[in-house]
Design a protein around this ligand. Structure first.
Ligand SMILES: C[S@@+](CC[C@H](N)C(=O)[O-])C[C@H]1O[C@@H](n2cnc3c(N)ncnc32)[C@H](O)[C@@H]1O
Length: 280
C-alpha cells in the first residue's frame, strides 16, 4: 500500500477525531521515523507490511480514543517537544499563555526563583528554565510517576542539574525556599467531577479534577500562601484557571488576602484563563 492510501484509509477509521488527517500523519511519521514534511513529500511511496501493521495498530488505538500524544509518547509545547506518559497531563496550548505572562512578570519585577507547582510533564518548569537561565527553578508534584517524566524532559534539554524536582503536596515540600522574589506558577487540577468524560479520561484523574467545585487545589494553595510570614510570602502567584470558576476564585482570594491585585488574561477563545495575583 502507498502512503497516501494508508493515510486516507486511516483517516476514515478515526472520523470521530477533530483532526483525522493530521492525527494519521503524525502516527505514520512515528512508525516510519520520518518528519511530517518528508511524509508529505513521499505520499506515492509504498509502505512495508511490517510498518503498515504498526501503523494500523496505532490507528485502531486512536479509534478507541487514545490521545495522539500518548500514542507517539510526546507533545509539542512552546516550540519544544516533551515526553508524555499516561501519568502526565498532555500539555495544552492554553498553558503557553501562562508562560508568556510569566515572562512579562519576570522581566518587569525582581524575581530570582520560579516554583512550578504540579509540574506534570515539566513543560512549564523546563520552558521557563530555558527562557530565563538566570533564575533558579523548582518543580513539585504529588505524582512520583509524573516527576519521573518531568526529570526525563529536563535531561532532554540538559537541565537536569538546573531544575530541582521535589515530590510533595502543593507548597509543603518547598516552604523553606520561598521569598518575596519567588514567582509561584501553577496549573493544578481545576475541573469539576462531571467534566471528566470523553477523551480526557485517558489522562490521570488526579491531574484534572479538583474536589466538587473545581477549586480544592487552588483554595489549599492560597491558604498555604496566606499562612506564610510576610518575609517568606512570594509577591506573585500565577495560575491557570477554569473560566467558570473565576468568580468563586476571586471571592476566595478577597476573603483570604486583604491586600491583593488580580489580573486576568484571556485564552485563544477569549475566555479568562490565567490569573495573576499580586500580593504587595
Ligand atoms: C493539570 S496537571 C498540569 C501539569 C503541567 N503543569 C501542565 O501544565 O501540563 C496538574 C498536575 O498537578 C499534580 N497535582 C495534583 N494534586 C497535587 C497536589 N496536591 N500537590 C502537587 N501536585 C499535585 C498532578 O499530578 C498533575 O501533574
Amino acid at each position: 500500500m502507498i502512503i497516501n492510501k494508508a493515510l486516507i484509509n486511516g483517516s476514515k477509521l478515526i472520523n470521530h477525531s477533530a483532526s483525522p488527517r493530521l492525527d494519521v500523519e503524525v502516527l505514520l511519521t512515528k512508525v516510519l521515523k520520518i518528519s511530517r514534511s518528508e511524509l508529505i513529500a513521499n505520499t506515492n511511496k509504498s509502505i512495508s507490511l511490517f510498518h503498515l501493521l504498526l501503523y494500523f495498530r496505532l490507528v485502531f488505538k486512536r479509534k478507541l480514543g487514545y490521545p495522539v500524544a500518548y500514542l507517539t509518547g510526546h507533545k509539542e509545547f512552546y516550540g519544544r517537544e516533551f515526553f508524555v506518559t499516561k501519568h502526565t497531563l498532555i500539555p495544552r496550548p492554553d498553558t503557553e499563555i501562562l508562560i508568556a505572562e510569566a515572562l512579562k512578570i519576570i522581566q518587569n519585577n525582581n524575581i530570582n526563583t520560579i516554583v512550578d507547582v504540579g509540574t506534570g510533564s515539566g513543560c512549564i518548569a523546563v520552558t521557563l528554565a530555558l527562557e530565563t537561565p538566570q533564575l533558579k527553578v523548582y518543580a513539585t508534584d504529588i505524582s512520583r510517576s509524573a516527576l519521573h517524566t518531568a526529570q526525563k524532559n529536563a535531561k532532554l534539554y540538559s537541565l537536569d542539574s538546573k531544575v530541582n524536582f521535589i515530590h510533595g503536596d502543593i507548597l509543603n515540600p518547598i516552604l523553606n525556599i520561598l521569598s518575596p522574589q519567588t514567582l509561584i506558577i501553577a496549573n493544578l487540577p481545576y475541573l469539576l467531577p462531571n467534566e471528566y468524560k470523553g477523551e480526557i479520561t485517558f489522562e490521570p484523574r488526579g491531574a484534572l479534577i479538583s474536589g466538587q467545585d473545581g477549586l480544592k487545589h487552588y483554595r489549599e494553595l492560597l491558604k498555604q500562601l496566606a499562612q506564610l510570614p510576610q518575609e517568606k510570602r512570594p509577591n506573585f502567584l500565577m495560575i491557570e484557571i477554569h473560566p467558570s470558576t473565576l468568580n468563586n476564585l476571586k471571592d476566595i482570594i478577597s476573603q483570604i488576602f486583604l491586600k491583593n491585585k488580580v489580573i486576568i488574561t484571556t485564552d485563544l477563545s477569549d475566555r479568562p484563563r490565567v490569573l495573576t495575583l499580586r500580593l504587595f
